[in-house]
Write a new protein. Structure first.
Length: 342
């Protein structure tokens, strides 16, 4: 979304009524528009929420950020800045929601070096341990991943299953991939009652390279974008992180080395139960199924293109097949690094 200077200025004056500022365009994703802001030699990041106007979602996210900012974390959190009237967000001229955050030093990493991946794993575990201590009275805005029927309002689970089993002609070349997804969706549905019994807590829900910053020593220095934080399975945080290491373009040795580096870092700071570890392969599949359904819904809403949804169908099928082929090895590696033996 393109926003002119007047639009941005009308937001910033609610934070700095007596100051001047300089802004520059930041990298913006699907969900947000970003501007970097310099005021009186201090740097900030302005985020305009583009995909929703839900005040409760933003209040929930900001309450958790404020709580985390009070904890002695070894990495930084993007704490929201208050306006002159004490709020952590404002309404824009066109009714959108915007928030201002402290600028955090670092760069988004390419997770291709063992040291960075190890630090990422350790950070994910430390964040998980810290989020377990945060208790917000407000109800979470997002449902747990395993409530997959809530992934996208346009997509009932039955509609998704029907699409996968009988795809329209524009998806005919992906029939095999869609049948894999259909099979894994049905398999997952059968496992939901057992999955619901696993430990729950707050989770970030979208930990990946784009939502962390590292320094020159390959150490994670900050965690970003808590927009999707919710109460979910504790182990879901781990599964979300691991899913990104399953890449069809990589050699198997590289994939396993990266997974081992991550689990080594994670296991140094947090242990899991045997039942949680047994669920990891299924939850990695769930992450991929969730992302596919999300983009399928966006396609039905005419927001995402045909090519985009095809890309995520292929990615989902690849990860599902990989998990089926490597489930036992993955569980063994997780057990070696993370099993709580108390």
């Amino acid at each position: 979304m393109v926003h002119n200077n007047k639009y941005i200025d009308e937001i910033l004056v609610q934070y700095f009524p007596a100051s001047s500022w300089v802004t520059r365009v930041g990298q913006s994703g699907v969900n947000n528009t970003t501007r970097f802001v310099l005021v009186d030699h201090e740097q900030y990041v302005l985020r305009v929420y583009e995909t929703h106007q839900d005040v409760d979602k933003v209040k929930y996210e900001h309450a958790i950020l404020v709580a985390l900012a009070e904890m002695p974390l070894p990495f930084s959190i993007s704490k929201p800045i208050q306006t002159t009237n004490g709020k952590t967000f404002v309404r824009t001229g066109d009714g959108k929601i915007a928030g201002l955050f402290r600028y955090l030093d670092g760069v988004n990493p390419a997770l291709d070096v063992a040291a960075k991946i190890h630090s990422f794993g350790r950070t994910a575990a430390l964040l998980s341990a810290s989020l377990a201590q945060v208790h917000i009275q407000q109800r979470p805005a997002y449902r747990p991943y395993y409530e997959i029927e809530s992934t996208h309002p346009r997509c009932s689970l039955q509609d998704v299953l029907s699409f996968c089993k009988n795809p329209p002609k524009e998806f005919s070349e992906l029939r095999t991939d869609l049948l894999v997804i259909h099979e894994q969706l049905n398999s997952f549905i059968e496992q939901v009652p057992a999955i619901r019994q696993l430990p729950h807590q707050l989770v970030h829900g979208d930990m990946n390279a784009s939502n962390i910053l590292v320094n020159q020593d390959d150490i994670v220095t900050a965690v970003l974008d808590f927009e999707f934080v919710t109460n979910d399975l504790r182990v879901m945080e781990l599964a979300v992180c691991l899913s990104d290491f399953i890449q069809p373009s990589e050699e198997a040795t590289t994939t396993w080395a990266n997974i081992h580096s991550f689990l080594s870092g994670y296991g140094q700071s947090l242990k899991l139960t045997e039942a949680e570890i047994e669920a990891v392969p299924t939850l990695i599949q769930l992450r991929s199924l969730d992302v596919f359904i999300h983009f399928f819904g966006r396609y039905l809403d005419q927001v995402s293109s045909l090519d985009i949804v095809k890309e995520y169908i292929q990615k989902c099928a690849i990860r599902c097949n990989w998990i089926m082929d490597n489930k036992n090895k993955l569980i063994t590696l997780c057990t070696d690094n993370m099993l709580d033996v108390k």
